[in-house]
Design a protein around this ligand. Structure first.
Ligand code: SF4
Ligand code: SF4
Length: 123
């Protein structure tokens, strides 16, 4: 892959606000180990089942956020970072799976236009 052209440290964590962040059984196993809880407890505390595109999937729970409407339950809303980085799901490890992140390009452009490095446009 070519050089990474986005900087998550300068982003308020937009990708952690996606509604449906799907997890696999393997991802759940990693969370179980990380929190030293049972599979049932992990599923109840951190996950929920939803219907999407005609199938039932397991996704990360959300909580209210001041920047975006909600974020993943594991997102530190003051530090704007993941609190389970070593145990985060596969999809979080691979996203955006390219050298560029569309949201980062968008926020960088808007910040340049506003002349404000901290500006957060509504997505
Ligand atoms: S939206 Fe892009 S830049 Fe922002 S945290 Fe996610 S991957 Fe990083
Ligand atoms: S597990 Fe971490 S990286 Fe994945 S959505 Fe939640 S806070 Fe973001």
């Amino acid at each position: 892959m070519s050089k990474i052209k986005y900087d998550c440290a300068k982003c308020p964590g937009y990708c952690c606000s996606y509604d449906l962040i799907e997890v696999s059984n393997h991802d759940i196993g990693r969370l179980v180990k990380h929190f030293k809880v049972s599979d049932a407890v992990a599923r109840r505390r951190y996950l929920k089942r939803v219907r999407s595109a005609g199938k039932d999937i397991t996704v990360l729970r959300h909580k209210k956020d001041e920047v975006y409407a909600t974020t993943c339950v594991f997102f530190d809303q003051d530090e704007r970072r993941c609190t389970v980085y070593a145990a985060r799901p596969h999809v979080c490890r691979t996203y955006p799976d390219a050298s560029r992140c569309g949201y980062y390009e968008f926020i960088r452009f808007e910040r340049e236009q506003q002349g404000d490095e901290d500006f957060v446009p509504s997505a």
